[in-house]
Design a protein around this ligand. Structure first.
Ligand SMILES: Cc1ncc(COP(=O)(O)O)c(C=O)c1O
Length: 468
């Protein structure tokens, strides 16, 4: 019969020629292992007989060692039960305790933006694709392979983007990533290694982007955003080496880059050696008309196109892509290799199958209808409950902005809403440098049925109480 409890031969070794009695040797080494955390509180230990057999000593030795450790409080010895490392032992607390990532606090009404409704994640279809990928993945693809990804993934993504976003992409230019933010980091590092010094980010933008750019050693410049989108007319003056834009749907203000600003951008890209990172983060969700095509389609040699599954399927998949100009590809491949040797290959293959079988298109069709309804519900509720709010942005994406008269305090509203069980973002979360009116950023993707109406009524109450 297998001996219960962890095998201890690797932690404990006794020798008749070593100093101290055999019992003392066992006792000291077990105590050290418990103190060092190698034997965790609650761990089941071998019986005295089992340990004696493992170590090739008499049972008297292990009885004596356990008795001493029991007396000191390191080991729990109870009649008829297996010995265990004491749940709280004199080794005390972890000398360098780690803090667990704070779980997202639950909210009655969750308006936090940038998250899809993952309750609709097509589990069955994904599961079939994953099973199929596991069955058919080539042996060679289970090794490291090209850090840019498996051939089927790169090919399926190139076809998909050409079809729905008008990108110009051969499979060889597609790089599988662990999501948009990793992709941005790879480009920043690749450009910095080529001598780039500055990067222009939209103002406002997500709070992670300046930190990712700074981590690659780039100096961050800010490009203001107005009703026509990012002020691309300022690019010749700012002269950044890299610029990051969300042309299809500015994040978080929700405006589209106007045709005039796109022309200015295309001209500047043609005239300079700079690179545009085009974050197409939710171009798939345009509700009133087809989304404008990607800028990459106009300037494929100067644009790195970046996409992600985080909005269209689930952030937990940690899968995205870049389409990289040929001249930059080797540098990005090197950065990807250094970062993680490539994204999970079975999942890439599963996604290729998911795309080819039409599951993504089907899912997006269903989600567009659902999200559009939820957006309409939030906009209608805001008109009824918070008539002073000016709803901003086009009918797209997963959130709306609601700008309030200047006497409001967005942080006070956020706190008052939180106290009423409503989670929401405010423009201050995106650290704008330019002055903006107090603005709520309200994600609607997870507000089913009447939740939007009830949630907005709570927000209206929070606005009233925060003014007192
Ligand atoms: C502007 C922007 N685009 C895209 C994303 C999605 O990132 P990821 O693909 O890494 O989940 C984020 C997430 O924070 C973001 O802020």
């Amino acid at each position: 019969m297998a001996e219960a409890g962890v095998p201890l031969e690797v932690l404990v070794a006794v020798s008749r020629s070593a100093p101290g009695t055999l019992a003392r040797q066992v006792e000291t080494q077990l105590r050290d292992a418990i103190r060092a955390g190698a034997l965790r509180p609650g761990t089941r230990l071998p019986s005295t007989r089992g340990l004696a057999e493992q170590l090739g000593v008499s049972r008297r030795v292990t009885v004596e060692a356990y008795a001493q450790l029991g007396a000191e409080g390191y080991v729990e010895l109870r009649q008829g039960a297996a010995p265990r490392v004491a749940a709280t032992n004199p080794a005390g607390a972890d000398p360098s305790p780690v803090t667990a990532a704070a779980p997202e606090p639950a909210a009655r009404y969750d308006f936090r933006p940038s998250r899809p409704d993952v309750t609709t994640f097509p589990r069955a279809a994904w599961g079939r694709c994953l099973r199929d990928a596991t069955r058919t993945i080539r042996t060679a693809d289970l090794l490291y392979g090209d850090p840019c990804g498996v051939a089927e993934f790169r090919s399926a993504v190139a076809d998909y983007l050409g079809r729905v976003r008008g990108t110009v992409a051969t499979p060889q230019r597609v790089v599988g990533t662990g999501g948009y933010l990793q992709g941005l980091g790879l480009v920043c590092h690749a450009m910095a290694a080529r001598g780039a010094r500055t990067i222009a980010l939209e103002d406002p933008c997500s709070s992670e982007e300046p930190r990712i750019a700074a981590r690659a050693g780039l100096e961050v410049l800010r490009l203001p955003v107005d009703a026509e989108g990012a002020r691309t007319d300022l690019l010749p003056t700012l002269a950044p080496d890299v610029v990051v834009l969300t042309p299809a749907h500015q994040h978080p203000l929700g405006v589209v880059l106007s045709p005039g600003r796109r022309r200015v951008l295309a001209q500047w890209l043609a005239d300079s050696a700079a690179v545009l990172v085009e974050d197409d983060y939710d171009a798939e969700y345009r509700y009133d008309r087809p989304a404008v095509g990607a800028v990459q389609g106009i300037s494929p040699e100067r644009v790195v196109y970046a996409g992600t599954l985080s909005k269209v399927l689930a952030p937990g998949l940690r899968l995205g892509w870049l389409v990289v100009p040929g001249w930059l590809l080797d540098d990005v491949r090197t950065q990807k290799q250094l970062a993680d040797q490539g994204s999970p290959r079975i999942e890439q293959l599963a996604f290729a199958r998911f795309l080819e079988d039409g599951h993504l298109d089907r899912h997006l069709r269903a989600m567009r209808t659902l999200y559009r309804r939820r957006r309409d519900a939030v906009v209608a509720a805001l008109a009824a409950e918070v008539p002073e709010a000016v709803v901003g942005g086009i009918a797209a994406g997963l959130h709306v902005t609601a700008a309030l008269p200047s006497h409001h305090d967005e942080r006070a509203i956020q706190a008052a809403a939180r106290a009423r069980g409503v989670a929401l973002a405010v423009l201050g979360d995106y650290a704008p440098r330019a002055p903006f009116p107090p603005t709520l950023v309200l994600g609607y993707s997870r507000l089913a049925d009447r939740a939007a109406t009830r949630g907005v009524a709570e927000i209206a109450a929070a606005i009233r109480t925060s003014r007192r």
